[in-house]
Design a protein around this ligand. Structure first.
Ligand SMILES: Cc1ncc(COP(=O)(O)O)c(C=O)c1O
Length: 427
């Protein structure tokens, strides 16, 4: 007899229940492997595949095969902390740039940034033997959908703050941290935010980050900064901003958005007690992280090729794509319906807001999907904000689109989206 879900343990049910990230990965896979060239996949978080970038990975693989390094890459377990050469290269590189005074004890490598947050959330938040329930506070929602079902203690451990909304011109806006609503409680274990933010492309300003950091320090809790798109790599940032680190900050980075998502390589930079916890979780769950990304990238950090790649290839590509997608929005939406996009400050997404949209973003997503255009309905990204007594329509009026798709797919996809939005307002 097949095992049904209600027979799973509480943790089993928590880990296997369907959430926004499952739909996203499923849609991504379906569209990718459907063989249908007419599908417009504007929904994923995968980086664009760029020929210069693929060429660099191929060159590194050839170098490793020729030098014999390939044999230890596939044939050995690394230390659970990660590869010593890679971590040493990171320590030197980050200290040179930012003077953070890091040592090897401040870094651990994980199976991707996703696993880093699974570890951090579960180490820091949830039930304690004292009966207390610790929480993770998201100071600026919406935030990354992938966090939604990561706590083994359920979504109750997440609390999110509604943003201030600054309107910019006729068709733009920006979310800002609402410091009046930001309450750190005795049960708050840590704050967390992605910067640049997935889904909005927001870059929380240096001033806002400094204020959050101050509040965290005063409450003696860490602030987790998810730097998956940030400086120094991949540095998909269109506005000036500076990463920060000290013992109250847990900075997470990833090799995915430089073009190596398949290698599953995340980087956690934190004080040693937190790093030891991450290493413990890696040992328990996987013995050690994946060698591949670390071995490919270590020499590129050492000799500056990674900086060149980010500066000369990745940043111009994503900046141009963002401009192109915004040009299309103006063309397709014009002034017919109330539409705005979040100020595009980084990452690979545009976040669109249709104020007063007569249908939900879920319904809009389904109508577009039925016409072969995949977008992400926005409500999932507000997972940490309680529904509350007053309905907050904004959470059902937004969608995320990724601008990594080809120009042709963006053209076709955004024109379908514009048609469906216009139809919805007409009824
Ligand atoms: C903000 C953010 N954090 C973390 C991740 C997870 O990335 P990975 O596990 O590939 O490093 C993603 C992936 O899209 C992301 O957008």
């Amino acid at each position: 007899m097949p095992l049904v879900m209600k027979e799973f343990s509480d943790i089993g049910q928590q880990l296997t229940s369907k959430s926004g990230i499952d739909d996203l990965m499923e849609d991504l896979f379906k569209a990718l492997h459907s063989g249908r060239t007419d599908l417009c996949q504007l929904n994923g978080g995968s980086p664009a595949v760029l020929p210069e970038v693929s060429e660099l990975w191929r060159t590194r693989m050839m170098e490793m095969i020729e030098s014999g390094e390939f044999d230890s890459l596939v044939g050995t377990y690394a230390h659970p902390r990660g590869d010593v050469r890679f971590i040493t290269a990171l320590v030197n590189y980050l200290n040179e740039r930012y003077h953070w005074g890091l040592t090897l004890e401040n870094i651990a490598i994980t199976q991707g940034g996703q696993m880093a947050f699974f570890t951090l959330f579960n180490v820091l938040a949830g039930k304690k033997s004292s009966g207390e329930q610790k929480e993770i506070l998201f100071p600026l929602c919406p935030d990354y959908i992938g966090y939604q079902s990561q706590s083994l203690c359920g979504a109750e451990v997440f609390r999110g703050i509604k943003p201030d909304i600054e309107l910019i011109g006729d068709h733009e806006f920006k979310y800002k941290v609402n410091f009046d609503l930001l309450e750190i409680r005795p049960e708050t274990a840590a704050m967390c935010l992605s910067r640049p933010t997935n889904p909005t492309g927001n870059v929380v300003s240096d001033e806002e980050l400094a204020m959050l950091h101050q509040r965290a320090k005063k409450a003696n809790i860490p602030i987790l900064v998810d730097n998956a798109y940030g400086a120094p790599f991949p540095n998909i940032c269109f506005v000036e901003n500076n990463p920060i680190w000290d013992e109250h900050v847990v900075l997470s980075m990833s090799l995915s958005k430089i073009g190596l998502p398949g290698t599953r390589t995340g980087i956690v930079i934190a004080r040693p007690e937190i790093i030891d916890a991450v290493i413990g979780m890696t040992t328990t769950s996987a013995l050690c992280p994946n060698n591949l990304g670390q071995k490919i990238v270590a020499p590129l950090i050492e000799d500056g090729r990674l900086d060149t790649l980010c500066h000369d290839t990745l940043l111009p590509f994503y900046y141009d794509r963002s401009l192109f997608a915004r040009k299309l929005l103006n063309e397709y939406f014009g002034n017919d319906v109330p539409w705005r996009h979040h100020k595009s400050e980084g990452a690979m997404f545009l976040w669109l807001w249709f104020e007063g949209l007569p249908i939900s973003s879920q319904e809009l997503y389904e109508r577009c999907r039925d016409r072969g255009c995949y977008i992400n309905p926005g409500h999932h990204f507000f997972f940490a904000v309680e529904e509350g007594d007053e309905p907050w329509n904004h959470r059902h009026e937004c969608v995320r689109i990724s601008f990594t798709a080809t120009e042709d797919a963006l053209r076709r996809g955004l024109s379908i989206l514009a048609e469906e939005v216009k139809k919805a307002y007409q009824k």
